[in-house]
Design a protein around this ligand. Structure first.
Ligand code: KG4
Ligand code: ZN
Length: 333
């Protein structure tokens, strides 16, 4: 991939992380992430209006920390990227307004970044490999299997027909009384649990590259009701984690075989789950398929992945105008 020469800033405010990253090509100079999850935990999930207000409070302090971490000044920047889609429109608008203000003041190129593309390209930040490959994008809002022919050329192979994988973790955690965000809470609770104690369904049967997590979620709720105070929460968390991660890993490997590719990437917040990372690596090594998973900090929402995608898009000649809007939904480019 070609990149803009010099530091590019990336601003991410699509959900409940206020983040500013700075990269020069593949080198991350700063990646400051201020999570609002403590606050949203009190309400049991992300409250869009509150998220937008907190982004407005956090934006300037996070920007200042990122510049300090990178040891540069605003005037050293050569480009600006900002997530403008998909996400919570009020939350996105805060980052977008900040980015536009910087672009006006600094008179440097500015581009709106598709959040999903930034996740898809994130493995290129800390590794090098060739195309094409199959990418499993698993986050709070998305679960998609994508054939990446090259950066910018994507075909969807399959996706969830109901909940996203991260959403399933969040809902199951709420049912188990483990709080928000559910993924890390379930991963922690599952330690020492017996994943075979409460057998759970696996959703859609193969052959398909689609996913369904609604049945697993309902089975968790039913098990909680059935066992009441005798429930072994740790084992149910482990059973849930195993059910979800095994479907994700098996289907991704099947998609790689079907697409005749030798490389898989795993991206998005759920990609920071260690059981998923290990399961994917073990299955793939048996089939001589290489797996690339970004560092944990590049899996959940972060500004560095936005800066990285922006640096590439600006380098290939793309720019956005200052009347760019935020949008809740967006297909891949
Ligand atoms: O990519 P991301 O930070 O935000 C979106 O673009 O949605 O993903 C957030 C999702 C949440 O649903 C969260 O529960 C899940 O990623 N997640 C995890 C883990 N860490 C975050 N799921 C499973 N295991 C984890 N360790
Ligand atoms: Zn994300």
């Amino acid at each position: 991939m070609n990149y803009l020469q010099g530091p590019v800033i990336g601003i991410e405010t699509s959900c409940d992380e206020t983040s500013v990253g700075i990269v020069t090509g593949k080198t991350v100079l700063a990646n400051v992430i201020s999570s609002q999850s403590e606050k949203h935990r009190e309400w049991g999930g992300v409250v869009p209006e509150a998220a937008a207000r907190m982004h407005a409070e956090l934006f300037l302090p996070v920007l200042k920390s990122a510049l300090q971490e990178a040891d540069i000044s605003l005037h050293d920047l050569v480009g600006i990227g900002v997530t403008n889609r998909p996400g919570l429109v009020g939350a996105l608008s805060v980052g977008l307004s900040g980015a536009k203000a910087l672009a006006c003041a600094l008179k440097i190129p500015f581009i709106g970044v598709n959040h999903l593309e930034a996740h898809i390209l994130s493995p290129f930040i800390d590794s090098s490999f060739t195309h094409p490959h199959v990418c499993l994008l698993v986050s709070g809002g998305h679960t998609e299997l994508i054939l990446v022919r090259r950066p910018g050329e994507y075909s969807k192979l399959g996706g969830t027909i109901d909940d996203a994988a991260g959403e399933a973790f969040d809902k199951a955690a709420r049912t188990l009384g483990l709080g928000y965000p559910g993924g890390p809470a379930i991963e922690k609770a599952a330690v020492g649990g017996d994943p075979d104690k409460y057998p759970l369904p696996r959703g859609l049967r193969e052959p398909t590259f689609d996913f369904s997590f609604a049945g697993i979620k309902t089975a968790v709720a039913r098990t909680v009701e059935q066992y009441a105070e005798n429930l072994d929460i740790s084992s149910l968390a482990a059973s849930f984690q195993t059910a979800v991660t095994s479907v994700l890993a098996e289907r991704t490997l099947a998609a790689a075989r079907e697409s005749a590719v030798e490389q898989i990437t795993l991206v998005g917040g759920v990609a920071s789950n260690n059981e998923l990372r290990n399961r994917m690596a073990q299955l793939a090594s048996k089939q001589n398929i290489q797996v690339t998973i970004p560092h944990h900090r590049l899996c959940t929402d972060n500004g560095a992945m936005i800066a990285h995608a922006a640096s590439w898009r600006i380098a290939i000649g793309e720019l956005s105008s200052l009347d760019l809007e935020a949008s809740a939904k967006s297909p891949l480019p």
